[in-house]
Design a protein around this ligand. Sequence first.
Ligand code: IMP
Length: 425
Amino acid sequence: MLGLQWGDEGKGKIVDFITPHYEVVARFQGGPNAGHTLEFNGIKHVLHTIPSGIFRDNTINIVGNGVVIDPVTLKKEIEALKKLNVDISKKLFISRKAHLIIPTHRLLDAASEAMKGKGKIGSTLRGIGPSYMDKTGRNGLRVGDVESKDFLARYKSLCDKHCELLKQMNYPCKLDELEPEFFDGIEALKALNLVDSEHLLNRYLSEGKKILAEGAQGSLLDIDFGSYPFVTSSNTVTAGACTGLGISPRHIGNVYGIFKAYCTRVGSGPFPTELNDATGEQLRKAGNEFGSTTGRPRRTGWLDLPALKYAIMINGVTDLIMMKGDVLSGFDTLMVCTHYMYRGKKIDYMPYDIVHEDATPVYEQLKGWNTDLTGIQQEKDFPAALSDYIAYIEEHTGVPVSVISVGPDRVQTIERKKMSMAYLS
Ligand code: IMP
């Protein structure tokens, strides 16, 4: 289950919604840059590291090897769950091979962004990029290392290296406040179920258990396929589930692709259909488009079909899930981008470079609807214009829109077509 745009599509809500059909939910990439929001019984929860199946009684939740973990954030998340009487002891497992975010990773993130000036990525500053850099640079610390006797020495050695780097970047390596909470976080991490998750997951598969791989961020932020360099540092696409969990591609079943009925983006980078006007503001207000991790206002724009089709192609999406249909209520007309004008030509696909060159959207105009959708429980009650909007998307993408979300609560979710509920098996 993945986001098909620039993140914030509503993955947390949908994972929580479909979790009763799965025994296991596993996060495979990203880290506390994610903010997965779930709402039920009038309470709102935001998860950053822990999979969104944690609120279901019989679901096992695994943080896979592809994730980067900040022990400080994880500890806070666990404390928040404890306050809600969620017992994690038997249902949360952390991969020993997941990499750690240490305090200097966060400082390096900030220093790197400061150096980039106007060209900054707009990172969440959670240390994600520097931690993945250490992973691929073969310097990183992993969760399993906290169990070793010389963890402190290894930490110190990496930390010293970082401080040297920070000095060169003219950025203070100030750790007096950061280190105590980090080591508290490490103690809390040690008390969790640290596992060889690739073995555990493959055992579950051989036992016939259904596994839901929960993506974070979105396909257009993928390190390979996103609008590089304005991307995150992991593979957010389907293939990332294989490397981030240790599961063979032949186990991938259905791929649920989540998209908003319009588009949003936080941080810098190209956004062809962005609306810098009153309509964009209307979307931001109606959709409460403010980051769940950073609180930053999200950039807003119309639905972008070339971008959506690109994400569907890379991920092999079998079912589409459309979020926030309710936010489009009240617009007389809706614009949908079907093509770009690019290098003087009209194209219907995502070209190589939309960072240095303009991809100007070509729109088709569709009829809007005024009906409040938030109380609708069945498809037969949809206004005709909404049904037309959905049919239009299906026609252009060739993929069924199986679920429509019309509000943040679990109950505001309409299954239009039975999803085959295939799984990693
Ligand atoms: P980083 O992953 O924190 O380094 O951020 C890189 C880019 O991805 C920035 O534009 C962020 O705003 C964006 N980003 C990272 N995580 C998320 C997310 O969970 N939702 C939306 N955007 C994200």
